[in-house]
Design a protein around this ligand. Structure first.
Ligand code: PNS
Length: 158
């Protein structure tokens, strides 16, 4: 069983994440989408909301399950789950420069390897932060998020 972890805050999950998860599911027997919660960070959505929206969004992708990761080390989570790889999407050089030191540290900690997938160009400008800002300012983000996330965003509208 070749198992990989796709980690993230998923606050909220968007189509760029989904694209990477779907591609990872073709490369590995099982993909665990790890929803992290750093307890010193502020999120738009609670951990339960992020888990629920993410589970609904990946329901049709075979071989994928969604688990909470808490605020521990990603490398430890991978070891506990029996995952040999972390899969991350890379949108640009900034992502690459940010991710490579983390990949090397994770490998140092437990031997887990990181696989980088280049983001589809149509998704390379998309981020959770940008989606929240555009949504809050009245912009249409329906093209970038699954239905469950759009409904979740609507619920947060004050
Ligand atoms: O979606 P995000 O917020 O960019 O996800 C970042 C995440 C969760 C992948 C990253 O913060 C992470 O790996 N957190 C776990 C803590 C950890 O292992 N830190 C050491 C990294 S070398």
């Amino acid at each position: 069983m070749r198992r990989a972890v796709c980690p993230g805050s998923f606050d909220p999950l968007h189509h760029g994440h989904l694209e990477v998860i779907a591609r990872a599911a073709k490369l590995f027997d099982e993909v665990i989408v790890a929803v992290s919660t750093n307890y010193s960070k502020t999120y738009r959505f609670t951990e339960d909301e992020r888990l629920e929206m993410t589970r609904e969004a990946v329901a049709d992708i075979e071989g994928v399950r969604v688990e909470p990761m808490g605020d521990g080390l990603l490398a430890d989570f991978c070891r506990e789950q029996g995952a040999e790889a972390i899969v991350k999407g890379i949108r640009n050089a900034q992502d690459f420069n940010y991710e490579v030191p983390m990949a090397l540290m994770n490998r140092h900690l437990t031997g887990v390897e990181t696989v980088f997938l280049p983001a589809e160009s149509a998704m390379s400008h998309v981020s959770s932060t940008m989606i929240k800002e555009v949504f809050d300012l009245g912009g249409d983000v329906a093209a970038f998020v699954p239905g469950a996330v759009l409904a979740g965003l609507e619920r947060t509208r004050s």
